[in-house]
Structures are given as structure tokens and as C-alpha cells.
Design a protein around this ligand. Structure first.
Ligand SMILES: O=C(O)CCCC[C@@H]1SC[C@@H]2NC(=O)N[C@@H]21
Length: 265
């Protein structure tokens, strides 16, 4: 396994994303860094939510990576991270993509990993470009449930999803990998995918993402941040990672932001 970024392991911190964000804002980031915390005391989720995680049963880490693209060209990044997490899980757990797909692993646009509809992992991406011409430093944070034993149920009440875990995914044949090995394998996958994404953009991952689409051809609604709720049939994503929503007379593209996607009831 080859991981090139700087590795930081801490026992406790408020949020691994905030730690790296502060350094980016202070202009202190020079090389890619990955930071893992045994415990986060103020872990953050998307849309201002908290990310509560039991240290025994979850893995929480962030990676800061400089992209040579402007933030506007990084719209598909959260989707790409989902693909990279699946690839990392496959390698760390020695499962192939077919087995993972059969087990019910899916991606929920724009950035959740679901296991038969329950949330296995969440992704929070922050950062940006200090000034035009600079690299875009993106802080990619991942929280993954390893086991359901002491799962923190508050996360599910906030997101409306049940808690899923890696242990459930692997049961009954396989065992959970060692956390350090899992982390390094995920980082190796991130580095590989980030480099390819930086070079070719999301278009080269579009078809791959669609294979894991949790809501393909289902009636969904999108709501969030004061915007009007929109309804339609989910038709995958475009080459920028925008969700395509088929409506009566047209297909619209929805860009990720503080929006939430739900099955229409
Ligand atoms: O599902 C979500 O809303 C995203 C959750 C992201 C949680 C991770 S845990 C590591 C990193 N540090 C944080 O404060 N949040 C992310």
C-alpha cells in the first residue's frame, strides 16, 4: 500500500474537518494531509448538522488535498468521494464490486453511503480557493459506522435514515478490518481517485457512479436551504455530477448544496 500524504493521528479533537480548515485558512497547508481522530467532540455533518459518533464503533477522518481546478469545476467531487470510499472498502475487506453491490451498498446523491437504505457513511466537503490561480484545497471528511453496537441514533433522527454499518455489510463471512489498515486503504484510494479527478474531471466517473445510484428511476423530492421543493424521477447524474430529475415536460439538473433528497411518499 502506498500513501503519500502526511498522516496525523490524534486521540481527541473537536472536528478533523475544522482542524484542517483552520490550517487552510491560515495558509499553512503545503502538502496533502490526512488526520484521524479516535474521538471528535464537535463532529460536523452536512447542512449544519452534528456528526455524533461512538469512538468504538466508527472511523472519523479528513483529508486535505489541493486540486488544480477552481471550486466551480469540483461540483462532482462529493460523488467521486463516494466511489473512492466504495473502492477502499472493497480493497480493505477483500470483497469485489459485485459482492458489495449484491449486499445492498449504494450511493445516495450527493454524498451518503447507504447499506440497504441505512446510512453507512457520510461525507462532508469544505474548503475552497484562497485566490484565483491558487489550488483549491478541499477538506474531505468521512464518518463511517463500523458497528451498530453503540450506534449514535441521533444522526439518524437528523438525516431521517437508519444507521447502517460496515459490520452489517460484512456479516456473516468476513471480519472487520483493522481500523488503521482500513484508514490507509481508504486514503490510498482517495489519492488515486483525486489525481484522476483532477486530471479528467467527473465525466470519467459518471457511469461508475450510476451503477451505485440508490435512487435510480425512483420518484424523489429535493428540498433545502429555503428553496422550493422540487419533485421528479431520479435519472442519474450528468457529467458534472448534477442530479437529473425528470419532470412531466422536462429534465432538470440539480446541483449539490445544502439540499436533501428523499423518496417521494
Ligand atoms: O453525513 C454527513 O452529514 C456528513 C458527515 C461527515 C462526518 C465527518 S467525521 C470526520 C469529519 N469531521 C467532521 O467534523 N465531520 C466529518
Amino acid at each position: 500500500m502506498t500513501v503519500n500524504c502526511i498522516l496525523e493521528r490524534v486521540t481527541e479533537t473537536r472536528s478533523t474537518n475544522d482542524d484542517l480548515l483552520e490550517r487552510w485558512r491560515a495558509g499553512e497547508l503545503i502538502d496533502p494531509v490526512a488526520r484521524i481522530a479516535h474521538k471528535q467532540t464537535a463532529g460536523k455533518g452536512r447542512a449544519g448538522r452534528k456528526w455524533l459518533a461512538n469512538p468504538k464503533d466508527s472511523i472519523c477522518f479528513s483529508m486535505a488535498f489541493p486540486f488544480n481546478r477552481s471550486p466551480a469545476e469540483l461540483t462532482g467531487l462529493s460523488l467521486l468521494v463516494g466511489i473512492a470510499v466504495i473502492d477502499g472498502i472493497a480493497k480493505a475487506c477483500q470483497l469485489d464490486m459485485f459482492q458489495l453491490h449484491q449486499s445492498g451498498l449504494r450511493l445516495k446523491w450527493p454524498n451518503d453511503l447507504l447499506l440497504n437504505g441505512a446510512k453507512l457513511a457520510g461525507i462532508l466537503i469544505e474548503g475552497g480557493q484562497a485566490k484565483p490561480g491558487d489550488p483549491s484545497w478541499m477538506i474531505v471528511g468521512v464518518g463511517m459506522n463500523l458497528s451498530n453496537a453503540n450506534a449514535v441514533e441521533q444522526n439518524l433522527s437528523q438525516s431521517g435514515l437508519k444507521v447502517g454499518s460496515l459490520e452489517q455489510l460484512l456479516r456473516p463471512e468476513a471480519y472487520l478490518p483493522d481500523i488503521e489498515y482500513l484508514w490507509l486503504t481508504l486514503l490510498e484510494s482517495f489519492e488515486m481517485h483525486f489525481k484522476k479527478f483532477d486530471q479528467f474531471g467527473f465525466a470519467s466517473f459518471q457511469q461508475d457512479w450510476m451503477k451505485w445510484d440508490a435512487f435510480a428511476n425512483q420518484k424523489v423530492c429535493i428540498s433545502g436551504s429555503g428553496k422550493e421543493t422540487v419533485y421528479g424521477i431520479a435519472k442519474g447524474v450528468d457529467t458534472n455530477g448534477a442530479l437529473l430529475l425528470e419532470q412531466a415536460d422536462k429534465t432538470i439538473a440539480i446541483y449539490a448544496g445544502d439540499v436533501s433528497l428523499r423518496i417521494q411518499s
